[in-house]
Write a protein that binds this ligand. Structure first.
Ligand code: NAD
Length: 267
């Protein structure tokens, strides 16, 4: 039995992850964590998630939650996630990182944790998006420099980071396939007399509103034709299911930084 602790236990993703862990064969919830002062502390994690009592109380101590766990699933906030990664590395606990919006420094801390313990770090845990990642590389490499690349992503109005981690990853994959440096060619803003579009640019636009779970479209626009690759998320469960699958996959793996391509065997 693989024992799982969940941080952000009362959050949108945390609640679904707790529920899906209880439904997964060979996995059980062994710990649940929320931030100090959270109104749901000391309540049963299963009750809060809406899947019935589990006998696991939500605590604000990660060390306590990990004392009987093999792996942590973390969908929280960037500064919280990096602190949690350092604790997992110190204690030798495996970790699945779903949090997005990490800056370069914070990503380095996750990389370092991967040197000491097995870590899956993926901005998008859905099977469909990861298949998109794989075919995006092929499309970009095949079309080459003749097609302009633009990415548009839509999310709910509560989302804190922009653009989404998934959209950035898509941009990085396309840039890599075209031999460009994403950080140099990404353009997040056009307004006024900004001139003609440089051909190497990768445009990135975000839409925020209502309860959109998540949509991503990559446009490859040529002269007289265009390809649009779109992924639409209909519910959060596919992310949560991917995270639970990653937690099961990590058991027994050596230290290392893995992504969902590895978990899903898409490499
Ligand atoms: P949310 O705000 O609903 O949940 C975050 C939770 O973390 C909150 O309940 C908050 O109280 C809790 N938290 C804050 N500090 C904490 C601490 N110190 N210890 C424990 N818990 C703490 O957000 P959400 O919609 O669940 O998203 C969380 C993150 O997951 C975001 O970064 C989001 O972009 C990302 N996300 C990733 C994927 C993916 O597939 N990788 C999919 C969906 C969302």
């Amino acid at each position: 039995m693989i024992k799982v602790a969940v941080t952000g236990a009362a959050g949108r993703m945390g609640g679904r992850i707790i529920t899906l862990v209880t439904e997964a064969e060979g996995l059980k919830v062994a710990g649940a964590v929320e931030m100090a002062g959270h109104p749901r502390l000391d309540e049963d994690a299963g009750y809060v998630a809406g899947c019935g009592d589990l006998g696991v109380k939500i605590t604000d101590s990660l060390e306590l939650a990990l004392s009987d766990a093999d792996v942590l699933i973390d969908f929280t906030w960037p500064d919280v996630t990096v602190g949690n990664a350092e604790i997992c590395a110190k204690l030798g606990k495996a970790m699945v990182v779903g949090t997005t919006g990490l800056n370069q420094e914070q990503k380095k801390i996750i990389n370092r944790a991967g040197e000491q313990t097995p870590v899956v770090f993926a901005p998008n845990m859905s099977v469909g998006v990861n298949v998109c990642f794989k075919i995006l590389k092929e499309i970009a490499a095949t079309l080459g420099d003749d097609f302009d690349v633009e990415i548009v992503e839509l999310h709910h109005k509560m989302k804190k980071d922009s653009p989404s981690g998934t959209a950035v990853r898509m941009g990085e994959i396309v840039a890599d396939a075209l031999g460009r440096d994403y950080n140099e060619v990404a353009n997040y803003h056009r307004e006024g007399m900004c001139g003609e579009r440089p051909h190497e640019e990768i445009g990135m636009q975000t839409v925020r509103g209502g309860d959109i779970v998540g949509e991503h479209t990559v446009y490859f626009v040529g002269m007289g034709e265009r390809i649009e690759l779109t992924h639409r998320a209909m519910s959060r469960d596919m992310f949560a299911r991917g995270a639970v699958r990653a937690a099961g996959w990590l058991a027994g793996k050596p230290p290392g930084l893995y992504d969902m391509q590895a978990v899903l065997g898409l490499e």
